[in-house]
Design a protein. Structure first.
Length: 133
C-alpha cells in the first residue's frame, strides 16, 4: 500500500523529506520508473518549501499525480484538473490545512516528525488514484 511505502521512506531514510517521501512512495507503488534526478526535484519542497508554507507531503503527492495523469494522454485537461482539485480538497479535509506550520503544530512529534502527515497524504493519494484508475 502507498501509505506504508511513503511512511517507510520517510521514517527509514532521514535524508529525504516529506515531499520526496511522497514521490518515492508513489514511484514504487505505481511503477512510475522515475529517474533519480526526477525524484530529487522534490528536495526543495520539504518543510513547506523551507519556509513553512504549503506542505511538502501535499506538493510531493501532486507531483506524483502530475506524472501519472500526464503519462496517460487519453485524459483530457478538465479531467486532469478534476483529479488534482479532488486530491487537494480531500487533503485539506483530512488533515485540516495545507500549511506546513499549521500541520506541524497539529501532527509533529520529536520521535516521528511529520510521519502522520505523510501517512495521511498517502491515504488520500491512494483513494484518489484508485477512483480514477
Amino acid at each position: 500500500m502507498l501509505k506504508e511505502k511513503t511512511a517507510k521512506n520517510y521514517s527509514e531514510n532521514l535524508l529525504i523529506n516529506c515531499a520526496e517521501s511522497m514521490l518515492y512512495g508513489a514511484n514504487e507503488e505505481y511503477h512510475l520508473e522515475l529517474e533519480q534526478c526526477v525524484l530529487d526535484t522534490m528536495a526543495s519542497f520539504g518543510g513547506g518549501m523551507g519556509v513553512g508554507s504549503v506542505c511538502g507531503a501535499l506538493t510531493g503527492a501532486l507531483a506524483a499525480i502530475g506524472v501519472m495523469i500526464t503519462k496517460d494522454k487519453t485524459l483530457d485537461k478538465e479531467l486532469r484538473k478534476e483529479i488534482t482539485v479532488e486530491f487537494y480538497q480531500k487533503f485539506q479535509e483530512r488533515l485540516g490545512s495545507d500549511n506546513c506550520q499549521a500541520l506541524k503544530e497539529k501532527y509533529w512529534t520529536d520521535e516521528l516528525r511529520c510521519r502522520k502527515v505523510v501517512e495521511l497524504s498517502g491515504e488520500v493519494l491512494e483513494e484518489v488514484i484508485s477512483k480514477y484508475r
